[in-house]
Design a protein around this ligand. Structure first.
Ligand code: NI
Length: 254
């Protein structure tokens, strides 16, 4: 009963074999998948996938590196999409300062607007925070947001504690399995099991031993395995509790 809490199965990298692959993954033990929108088009695609498969849910939102396409009508479309039965979160949204050529003011403006939307609709948020040096967390605090998950967590154990104090869940990808992932492993050690989610972020971030290949939701088991190893608890418990956590966060009936 694995729950991949962050996947991009609508990505063109799956065009050749999407349906075949999704059915295979599901039959091999991934019982639920949250498919994530990153712009208007991928948010629409996420809903289509969620309509097609009862075990797939959708999140809608505009990723910080995609904010160029935002307008009032775009925000309205996100609001309408968010009201769909299978849409369970606003995301992924956040700040990404990794590349200098992105418009940071625009990112902040649209993070603010999408956080207001999440509050208005009483929905959890899926946060992408890359190299914002505390700015993203500051904005989340300003909005008093506690219902959400920091996806693909790559911060320190100190930041993990800060985020947990806000009430957030923390989600790890296959990065945790990389040889140089000491910081992530240290952060994991301060996250209680009941606040943990697992994800693939596929098609990106394939875990060891598949690093460098196309990632897919079936590989989420490798993230669970690593957590079991680091926390010294049995794999079945990690799988069960992270799935329960995801269902609770996203308001999915068990
Ligand atoms: Ni993502």
């Amino acid at each position: 009963m694995l729950f991949d809490s962050h996947a991009h199965l609508d990505n063109p990298q799956f065009d050749e074999d999407r349906d075949e692959l999704i059915q295979k993954i599901h039959s091999e033990g991934v019982s639920n998948i949250m498919n994530i929108g990153a712009c208007l088009e991928t948010s629409r695609h996420s809903i289509k996938l969620a309509e097609k498969y009862d075990f797939i849910y959708a999140a809608v939102g505009i990723h910080p590196t995609e904010v160029y396409e935002l307008s009032d009508s775009a925000l309205d479309e996100i609001r309408q999409m968010a009201k769909h039965d299978k849409v369970k979160a606003i995301g992924e949204i956040g700040l990404d300062y990794h590349f200098d050529d992105t418009d940071r003011e625009k990112q902040i403006d649209w993070l603010n607007r999408q956080l207001c939307l999440a509050k208005e609709l009483d929905m959890p948020v899926i946060i992408h925070d890359r190299d914002s040096k505390g700015e993203c967390i500051r904005i989340l605090k300003e909005h008093n947001i506690s219902n959400g998950v920091m996806h693909c967590f790559s911060g320190s154990d100190q930041i993990a504690k800060e985020v947990l104090d806000m009430g957030f869940h923390i989600s790890f990808t296959g990065v945790l399995t990389f040889k140089n992932a000491k910081k992530a492993v240290k952060a994991l050690s301060v996250v209680p099991l009941e606040k943990l989610l697992i994800e693939t972020d596929c098609p990106y971030m394939a875990p060891e031993p598949y690093r460098g290949n196309r990632n897919h939701s079936g590989y989420v088991i490798e993230v669970a395995r690593k957590i079991a190893e680091v926390k010294n608890i049995d794999l079945d418990t990690v799988i069960r509790v992270t799935a329960e956590n995801a269902k609770r966060l996203f308001g999915i009936d068990a």
